[in-house]
Design a protein around this ligand. Structure first.
Ligand SMILES: CC(C)(COP(=O)(O)OP(=O)(O)OC[C@H]1O[C@@H](n2cnc3c(N)ncnc32)[C@H](O)[C@@H]1OP(=O)(O)O)[C@@H](O)C(=O)NCCC(=O)NCCS
Length: 260
């Protein structure tokens, strides 16, 4: 791959594996996905007066996607190197994408305690686990298609049967844009769906930004365009959350409620 002159400041350290030699099963997100998030971070910086280096950490999923760790640590040396480079490049999205490719072998996102197909859970505190949905690397059809509905329900039931063994008071916490989709909602019992409420956008998390993705991690054109248009029209900090086409809905319920 031809070196990108705009990326030179980073060549000293952040790289962990050569660009262009990704393992077949690496999860590669598209450059446009990073572009969209950087646009948002720039808008936040504009409206708050905070440096972009700060808003990229506080208002995007980039820290997690670059496999820097599950939660933002502003003192992380690899992160500091990335944000320092960001200040000097012409093409911030290209830089971010390159760092992503370099670090694609590293574990990123929540570390699951157990998984069943597309579903997994991670401990969240005493008697609480967080439910996650991950499309996997299958590209041929949507994990949310009608054809796959039965399999998804089986996975969810298998995972919940493990979760309920964790204790009689164990609660499942769900929070995702996915609860807006009929194709996702139909996997869950009505009682759980009735408990879902919109929450403040979790700007650093995929359960918000995932709404801009296809299963192959490319960007959904219509959703992204709607987001860009609203973002361009927004002049108030308080309105930034409503630039996202779909809100994040959340519920915390006894695990037993989710078992059909
Ligand atoms: C969930 C995910 C796999 C869906 O992508 P996909 O399989 O390419 O989606 P498709 O285009 O085939 O659509 C599947 C269904 O969802 C709907 N849909 C998907 N994304 C949508 C969006 N952003 N807005 C509205 N509808 C959407 C489609 O209309 C379709 O519905 P239908 O079956 O009723 O026609 C993809 O968005 C993704 O990988 N997201 C990242 C993971 C994530 O967000 N996880 C949440 C963490 S808890």
């Amino acid at each position: 791959m031809r070196p990108n002159p705009s990326l030179e400041p980073l060549r000293s350290g952040v790289a962990l594996s050569p660009v262009g030699h990704q393992p077949a099963d690496a999860e590669i997100y598209s450059l446009e996905f990073f572009e969209l998030q950087l646009l948002f971070a720039a808008k936040v910086a504009d409206l708050t007066g905070l440096p972009l280096a700060e808003t990229v950490g506080s208002h995007t999923n980039i820290y997690v996607r670059l496999a820097m760790g599950p939660r933002l640590d502003g003192a992380n040396p690899a992160w500091l190197e990335y944000v320092a480079a960001l200040a000097h490049v012409r093409d911030r999205a290209a830089l971010t994408y390159e760092v992503h490719l370099q670090r694609a072998r590293l574990p990123a996102g929540p570390q699951a305690a157990a998984s069943a197909g597309c579903f997994s859970y991670a401990p969240l505190g005493p008697n609480r686990v967080r439910l996650h949905f991950h499309p996997g690397l299958q590209r041929s059809d949507s994990p949310l298609s009608l054809v796959n509905q039965h399999r998804r329900r089986q996975e969810l039931t298998a995972l919940l049967s493990k979760i309920v063994l964790l204790g009689p008071d164990i609660h499942v916490v769900g929070a995702s844009w996915l609860y807006n989709l009929n194709s996702y909602r139909r996997l869950f019992p009505q009682r759980y769906l009735d408990s879902l409420q919109p929450i403040e956008p979790p700007y650093q998390r995929l359960p918000l930004w995932g709404q801009f993705l296809h299963r192959d991690r490319s960007v959904r054109t219509v959703a992204a365009q709607r987001f860009r248009t609203r973002l361009a029209q927004t002049a108030k900090l308080a309105e930034l959350g409503s630039c996202f086409p779909l809100p994040v809905l959340s519920a915390a319920v006894p695990a037993a409620w989710l078992i059909p």
